[in-house]
Write a protein that binds this ligand. Structure first.
Ligand code: GUN
Length: 291
């Protein structure tokens, strides 16, 4: 069987067109564009690239972008002051604080300071609780993107065996909740799982978010499964030249491609979907705040 490549760039491009139309309609109704504030503390190169990309896509769909870049030495109280200012600003509908934060800042305290109605990452405990109890949450963007990609191949997920590898608050936990809400039978595998290869091999839908390059091997995958690889890991690639690097996922792609029905590439799979879902969440937050 020839494996299908799940093209996150193509799917997200289509959705961005829909969002741009929604933005035009919002401006016609309310006389202002939806606004998204992105806050980066420090100068981590990967985070800096993500933040620039988020700001650019925000502008591309016609929203207003508020970008705040603070030095790595920023105090927790200075960051909390900025967040309360953004909470008060009428023209800001969504607030995202890029993670990870420097060691002197308590991440939980910062996430709890964001107005839950503007929490477009879905990381505030209020939104996490609403998701867990079936309420009207703003939901985390990466799991939302994975659901769109999985459904693009599988349609209805009812009755499927889904295995999520990783149990982070950002991906694994909310991912399992969304899959369960979609009537899949869900297993969460993690570093304490005894037979992780065998557990993964049960999956019709395997979603991997562990942050270990190429951890999932081809023989961990059930033939014909659909694989969503959330990992983005930068490896040294001396074969490409001195100092060169390449991006790989959490799945050994060259092995997996021989076994799967469909798989997301890295890059070009989940990554573009995360930003697209962030803009969808911003649109949703803007409508809720304007209702
Ligand atoms: N760091 C890695 N992924 C994310 C994300 O989805 N949102 C934020 N705010 N920070 C991240």
């Amino acid at each position: 069987m020839t494996a299908q490549m799940i093209d996150g760039v193509k799917i997200s491009t289509g959705l961005l067109g829909d969002i741009a139309r929604d933005v035009d309609a919002f401006i016609a109704l309310f006389g202002r564009p939806p606004g998204l504030a992105v806050v980066l503390v420090g100068d981590d190169p990967a985070s800096s690239v993500y933040v620039r990309s988020k700001a650019q896509k925000t502008l591309d769909v016609g929203m207003r972008s508020f970008e705040h870049r603070l030095p790595a030495t920023t105090s927790e109280s200075a960051l909390l002051s900025l967040i309360s200012e953004l909470n008060r600003m009428e023209e800001v509908d969504g607030i995202l604080v890029q993670l990870p934060l420097p060691a002197q800042i308590d991440e939980r305290r910062v996430l709890m300071a964001i107005d839950p109605e503007k929490d477009v990452d879905g990381f505030h405990p209020m939104n996490a609780g609403l998701l867990a109890t079936g309420g009207e949450a703003l939901m985390p963007c990466t799991p939302l993107g994975c659901m769109i990609l999985a459904r693009s191949v599988l349609g209805d997920l009812t009755g499927l065996e889904a295995v999520v590898v990783g149990r982070s608050n950002i991906v694994g936990k909310p991912m399992a909740q969304l899959l369960s809400m979609a009537n899949a039978t869900v297993t969460i595998a993690h570093s304490g799982t005894q037979n992780i290869a065998g557990t993964c091999r049960r999956a019709d839908l395997l979603i991997v978010a562990v942050g270990h390059p190429e951890m999932v091997r081809g023989n961990w995958i059930k033939p014909g499964a659909v694989v969503i690889d959330v990992g983005i890991n930068r490896l040294a690639a001396p074969e490409l030249g001195p100092g060169k690097t390449r991006l790989v996922g959490d799945v050994t792609f060259q092995e997996a491609i021989k076994v799967v029905r469909a798989i997301t590439p890295v890059p070009g799979g989940v990554g573009p979907m995360t930003i697209t879902c962030l803009l969808q969440n911003t649109m949703l937050a803007a409508h809720r705040r304007s209702a």
